[in-house]
Design a protein around this ligand. Structure first.
Ligand SMILES: [Zn+2]
Ligand SMILES: [Zn+2]
Ligand SMILES: [Zn+2]
Length: 513
């Protein structure tokens, strides 16, 4: 006798749901999708659960009786049915759930709604807003909200009866969060290509974060096996050039992974600089920078940094060490980069005897402008002439930079190593910031005007770095840095001769107080 087993695979009868294709914005979250659906069909949370909760999940009837489902997690949902209802491919439905997009994001995401008010006003919400690491909207650069502006309460990120009763309203105080959707010609936010890139880069960055965590675990495994140490990365800089940061981090990871396999070729996205802690090099204070002709604080620093530093607050020693680096970079620029324009610099600094902030003046020799403005910002000096006056008591830009940063090293590393690491990172930031000032000055030269705005804030200036190793013999500390980009070539094509100086002086003469 044969037994026939008949599987009950009959689908629930098709209900004709209402949906508008122009209400699907792409890169959006299950939250936005479900709420829009609820709004267009004027259905309750229970009915949505009945339509979208998978029959295979085993708890469909309980869920439908009192829906309370985490919208980060796709497991209870019937993706095929949703794809049909929203007329999009199933893989796009999956991407609306955070845990499908970023599978390891459980502990790093919020179970309460995190939203951008400008996006939400037009019915847009993306799963990456739920990541606690994402603090601002990549489209609007606005801080994300975690509490209702009107009643101060948080909103659950769930499929629930109360949330569907009034879609896109605060469930506590009923404040309308999406007025843009309410009128007949609703303006639904659909990210434009540039905005899609910004969102895509954020996802790429979050994925990279996961990879970094994995690489860190891999490093920890190596610590046990071969005694190899830490892996610490800089935060992405605030300038929003996420793709460069991602390029940098992936390269370091590749480099570490394949350090022993020489044949492994990697895509060179960012040139890397690698420094291994060896014997500290001695500084040579020979230079022609007139600012250092004085028996200044600078020279005292160099003596003191070699002396005993035990028992002294850590910030001061760090500050001294970084100040020495700053002076070394300054000397280097003066000797090897400013070269033929030293007289341009001195003439300009002598001419500009007043505080220049917020002024607009004629442009002059761009190399001189770049050097003067670079020094003004790192030294916290508002008057160009003072740069070559009495020695400064403290470099406020450098001080701000050091004091606003936690040490990048584990605290058990030796102090000299900690200083060595911060010195390297600082030197990189310092050199790179000069390149940027030079590029700005070349632009000003082309325009013919300089706007002396305090646009460059050293405190916030960062470059990309990574620190590895364990500060012991056999596994020394290693710093990876992004190579400074080449200086604008045009700056070196500038003739430094008599004609150039004549033009420069004529331009300066037009600048009067
Ligand atoms: Zn936004
Ligand atoms: Zn509220
Ligand atoms: Zn010049």
């Amino acid at each position: 006798m044969t037994v026939r087993i008949i599987l009950d695979t009959v689908r629930p009868p098709e209900t004709s749901w209402c949906w508008r294709n122009d209400w699907y914005s792409g890169m959006c979250s299950a939250y936005a999708l479900v709420l829009k659906f609820g709004m267009l069909n004027a259905v309750s949370g229970k009915e949505i659960a009945k339509a979208f909760i998978s029959r295979k999940c085993g708890i469909k009837s309980e869920t439908c009786a009192n829906p309370n489902v985490d919208l980060r997690d796709a497991r209870l949902f019937d993706i095929e049915i949703m794809a049909e209802a929203f007329r999009i491919p199933p893989r796009e439905v999956r991407a609306t759930f955070l845990f499908e997009l970023l599978p390891k994001s459980g502990t790093k995401s919020s179970e309460h709604l995190r939203w951008c008010e400008a996006c939400m006003a037009r019915g847009f919400h993306t799963p990456i807003f739920q990541m606690t690491l994402v603090s601002a909207c990549p489209i609007h650069q606005m801080a994300l909200r975690t509490f209702c502006r009107w009643c101060g309460q948080s909103i659950p990120y769930r499929l629930r009866q109360d949330l569907l009763a009034m879609p896109f309203c605060c469930p506590h105080c009923k404040a309308d969060m999406a007025p843009g959707l309410r009128d007949a010609r609703a303006s639904v936010l659909v990210p434009r290509p540039r905005e899609r890139i910004a969102l895509g880069e954020t996802v790429a960055f979050l994925r990279l974060e996961e990879e970094t965590v994995l690489a860190k675990m891999e490093m920890e495994r190596r610590v046990q096996q071969y005694g190899q140490g830490e892996l610490i990365f800089s935060r992405p800089s605030a300038d929003g050039r996420m793709s460069r940061y991602i390029g940098f981090v992936s390269q370091v990871i590749d480099h570490l992974r394949f350090a022993k396999v020489k044949a492994q070729a990697t895509l060179a996205m960012e040139a890397l600089e690698r420094a291994e802690r060896g014997m500290p090099a001695a500084a040579h204070p020979d230079d022609e920078d007139p600012a250092l002709q004085y028996p200044s604080w600078g020279n005292q620093i160099e003596h003191m940094s070699n002396s005993e530093t035990v028992g002294e607050p850590r910030g001061e020693a760090e500050m001294r060490s970084v100040t020495t680096v700053y002076q070394a970079v300054r000397r280097h620029l003066w000797k090897h980069v400013i070269r033929r324009h030293r007289r341009c610099v001195i003439a300009a600094a002598r001419h500009l005897w007043w505080r220049t902030d917020e002024e607009t003046t004629a442009s002059f020799c761009p190399v001189a402008e770049a050097y003067i403005r670079w020094r003004m910002s790192w030294e916290g000096c508002g008057t160009p002439r003072y740069l070559f006056g009495a020695p400064r008591r403290a470099f406020y830009g450098v001080l701000g930079w050091v004091s606003s940063r936690p040490s990048p090293c584990p605290s058990h590393w030796s102090r000299p190593t900690q200083h060595w690491v911060i010195d390297h990172i600082f030197a990189n930031a310092c050199v790179e910031s000069f390149r940027e000032r030079l590029a700005d000055a070349m632009e000003n030269d082309a325009k013919g005007t300089i706007h002396w705005k305090g646009a460059f804030r050293p405190v916030r200036y960062d470059t990309y770095w990574a620190v590895t190793g364990s500060d012991v013999q056999g596994d020394p500390t290693v710093v990876y840095l992004r190579c400074p980009m080449p200086h604008p070539a045009a700056a070196y094509g500038l003739p430094g001769g008599r004609q150039h100086r004549k033009t420069h002086l004529a331009q300066l003469a037009t600048i009067v107080r």
